[in-house]
Design a protein around this ligand. Sequence first.
Ligand SMILES: Nc1ncnc2c1ncn2[C@@H]1O[C@H](COP(=O)(O)OP(=O)(O)O)[C@@H](O)[C@H]1O
Ligand SMILES: [Mg+2]
Length: 391
Amino acid sequence: MVLRANPGGQISPDEVIGRDQQIRRLWEILERQSLVLSAERRMGKTCIVKKMIAEAPVGMLLIYHDLEGLRSPLEFVETVFQDVERYLSSLQRTAYRTRQFLEQFGGVKVSGFELPKLAASHWKLVLTKTVEDLVEHQERSLIFFWDEMPMMLQNIKQENGEKVAMEVLDTLRSLRQMHPQLHMVFTGSIGLHHVISVLKQAGYANAPINDMYIEDVPPLSPTDAQELALQLLVGEKIPTEDIQATAEALTKAVDCIPYYIHHVVDQMKWSYSKVNAAIVTDVVDTCLTDPLNRWDMRHYRERIDGYYEGDKRAYALSILDILAVTNQPLRFDELFNRLKTFLVTENSEMVRDVLTLLQRDHYVIQERDGAYHFRFPLIQRYWQLHRGLTE
Ligand SMILES: Nc1ncnc2c1ncn2[C@@H]1O[C@H](COP(=O)(O)OP(=O)(O)O)[C@@H](O)[C@H]1O
Ligand SMILES: [Mg+2]
């Protein structure tokens, strides 16, 4: 198969390189419980899920849906209902109970699957019945793969308030408890912890995903990243001085993140001379400083404003500024001391809280000896360039 550069586009499961070991692990987890799959955007979550579905073990029913555009519980329930009816109709069945329940609101448009708006306030019941209709016809394990779940919750929170967003999570949790053969996979980039912590601040003490296993999606392994780079360089017929060395330089420069590998190869198509390791570095730096923001790196800066409230914002920015220019991991005391040259503070608890958030948001990682540093050199490099910092 010839692999072509397709950064951010839909790629077919057989174009998804590597991830096999992680996928095996995910299936093992899914045999016993539900899963939250989180990572930075473009790390390859959706690719993993699509590959999982394409290679699913027999005896499982999988239903995938991208929830990004949904903005209310009714839209969500409608989506689930449509997916379930589509599946049941392949068995010459319908979601009988749900349809019967909906009769009282004027029924369901059979072709368009539209739920009556009157049912809006009963969305929990509609969801519960829909899942019952599905489970009734199923002895197999059932898995809903819901991509961009945090994005939908965020939308619901904005349009319908925090309470409703929390009710969605609570209802899903109780469905998982009611039907042990039913598992769910939530994927998304926002980080459910941001959505849930805002909800907690608003007074909800529940732990609506504490029965789910949280798994991080790392970049590709170096071997798989190089395989991807090689296949793309060949597929795009890019002339190189030394293809192996170019592929190695490329994967190193982008921390083995597959999206950027696609993107850099795509950029190199327009290079006039033979490509070598030095040109790779040039292309990467150009992309990091691209005024058109095609790599969307500004997201790493803007997220701090969006999700770090009050004083946390200034702490987060200063901590990242400090870590961006150290080539050694910093221990807490050292970091705190340096921070005091940026901010007037004795608030070490705040620093700890912010460091925890920065770790959850994949900016920072802690070594076993406790010292902190940027998780991805690529993002560190962006931070240096964007903030005008030098070592
Ligand atoms: N394993 C992989 N093999 C090849 N390309 C990949 C792989 N994972 C991700 N990509 C590339 O990165 C892009 C973004 O991946 P995607 O799965 O959509 O990320 P996410 O869902 O985490 O935001 C894809 O369009 C594809 O170009
Ligand atoms: Mg995705």
